[in-house]
Ligand binder design. Structure first.
Ligand code: F6P
Length: 359
C-alpha cells in the first residue's frame, strides 16, 4: 500500500480543493493512504510535521468547489526557500524538509504549486530523493511554460469578468471610465482573456508596448462615453512609479477623460471554482495519480493539444527562462507569456479594443 502526501504552496487560487479532493478519491480507490501536509513547506518545518490523514469526511465532495486551500498555503512570515536563502539558512531549511519527509515515510508527494514553487522544487530536488515528486500547476497568472492551462485561471477570468460587469452599470450611469488593475505579475493572460470577455475598450498588458496618446485618442473616438480599461499589474510607464492603474488614470484625467480606478485584488483568486477549472483539476489529479502508479518522478502534469500528459520538471525549468523579446525591443518574454501570435490579440483589434502598438 502506497502512502502519498499532498501539499499546496505559493499563492492560493480557486480549484486547489477540487484537485486535493480528486487526488484523495483516486488514491483511496487504489487502497493508498493519503496525507495532507498543512501550510506547505511551513508545515514540514514544524516538529513534528503538520500532517493530517485524509478520510471521506476530511474534505467532503460538496466543499471541493470552494476557493482557498483546505490544506492552507503557509504563513506570511514563515521560513521558506526565498527567506532561507536570504538569511543564509538554505542548507538547514532543506535538511529539515528532507528529515520531515523521511519521518513521514511517504512514497510520493504531490505538490500543487505555481511557477515559483515548481522552480524551487526542481532547484532543490535532492530534498525529494527516494520518493516520487509529481507537481500540478496552478496559478491565476497562467505563466507556467509547457502547459496550455493552469488550475485557477478560468475562475480568475470569471471573477474579474463579474467584477467589471458590476462596474459597467455605474460607468454607464455616470458617463465615466473605469481603469481596472488586474493581477497576473509579468504575464498578460488574465487581463487579455477577461478583457475580451467583458468587451473592454482597452487592454494594456506587459507583453505589448502601448502609447498613452494613442490610448487617449482611442478612448476619445469611442462610440460611447463609458467603459472599462483593463490594466495588467505588470505594465510600466517610463518615468512613472506607483500603481499602473493610477498612472493611466492620471493621464486620462489630464486629457479631460472622466475616470475612476478600481482594484479587484485578491477577489481574482477567490470565488467558487468554475466547471472548467474543476474538470481541469480532476484531469490533472487523475494524471498525477497515474504518474505515481507508473513510478514517474520529478514531473509536472500539463495540458498539451487537449491531452493531459506529464512533462519533466527539467524541461519545465529550461522552458521558463525569461529573456528579452527579440521581436519587441525593451520587452521581456517567456514561453508562457502572451506571444505576438496569440489569436486573441488580432481579435481584440478587430473588435475595436486598444491593445497597444501591435504592429
Ligand atoms: O501569482 C499570483 C498572484 O496573485 C499575482 O497575480 C499577484 O501579483 C500576487 O500573487 C499577489 O501576491 P500576494 O497574495 O502575496 O499579495
Amino acid at each position: 500500500m502506497k502512502k502519498i502526501g499532498i501539499m499546496t504552496t505559493g499563492g492560493d487560487c480557486s480549484g486547489l480543493n477540487t484537485a486535493v479532493q480528486r487526488l484523495y478519491r483516486a488514491a483511496s480507490l487504489r487502497g493508498w493512504r493519503v496525507f495532507g501536509i498543512l501550510d506547505g513547506t511551513d508545515g514540514l518545518c514544524t516538529t513534528p510535521p503538520k500532517v493530517i490523514e485524509f478520510n471521506e469526511e476530511t474534505l467532503p465532495i460538496e466543499s471541493a468547489r470552494l476557493a482557498g486551500s483546505f490544506l492552507h498555503n503557509g504563513h506570511a512570515n514563515a521560513l521558506n526557500f526565498e527567506t532561507a536563502v536570504e538569511h543564509g539558512k538554505i542548507e538547514k531549511f532543506n535538511q529539515k524538509l528532507r528529515e520531515s519527509l523521511l519521518e513521514l515515510k511517504l512514497d510520493a508527494i504531490v505538490l500543487i504549486g505555481g511557477n515559483g514553487s515548481l522552480s524551487l522544487a526542481w532547484c532543490n530536488k535532492e530534498i525529494y530523493n527516494g520518493l516520487q515528486l509529481v507537481c500540478i500547476p496552478k496559478t491565476i497568472d497562467m505563466d507556467i511554460p509547457l502547459t496550455d492551462k493552469t488550475i485557477g485561471f478560468d475562475t480568475a477570468v470569471q471573477q474579474l469578468t463579474s467584477f467589471c460587469d458590476q462596474l459597467m452599470m455605474t460607468a454607464r450611469s455616470h458617463h465615466r471610465w473605469f481603469v481596472v488593475q488586474t493581477m497576473g505579475r509579468d504575464c498578460g493572460q488574465l487581463a487579455l482573456n477577461a478583457g475580451i470577455a467583458i468587451g473592454a475598450n482597452a487592454i494594456l498588458i506587459p507583453e505589448i508596448k502601448f502609447d498613452t496618446d494613442s490610448l487617449i485618442s482611442h478612448i476619445k473616438k469611442s462610440f460611447i462615453d463609458y467603459g472599462i480599461i483593463l490594466v495588467s499589474e505588470g505594465i510600466s510607464l517610463r518615468g512613472h512609479s506607483g500603481r499602473p492603474a493610477d498612472m493611466i488614470s492620471r493621464k486620462l484625467t489630464a486629457a479631460g477623460i472622466v475616470n475612476r480606478t478600481a482594484f479587484p485584488e485578491h477577489t481574482q483568486r477567490a470565488g467558487d471554482t468554475v466547471a472548467s477549472d474543476r474538470i481541469l483539476a480532476t484531469r490533472m489529479a487523475d494524471c498525477a495519480i497515474n504518474a505515481i502508479e507508473n513510478n514517474e518522478t520529478y514531473v509536472m502534469t500539463a495540458i498539451k493539444d487537449s491531452k493531459c500528459i506529464t512533462v519533466g520538471l527539467n524541461e519545465f525549468f529550461n522552458a521558463g527562462e525569461i529573456s528579452d523579446d527579440p521581436r519587441i525591443p525593451g520587452v521581456q518574454t517567456s514561453d508562457a507569456f502572451v506571444s505576438p501570435e496569440n489569436p486573441l490579440l488580432q481579435i481584440a483589434v478587430n473588435m475595436g479594443i486598444y491593445i497597444g502598438e501591435t504592429k
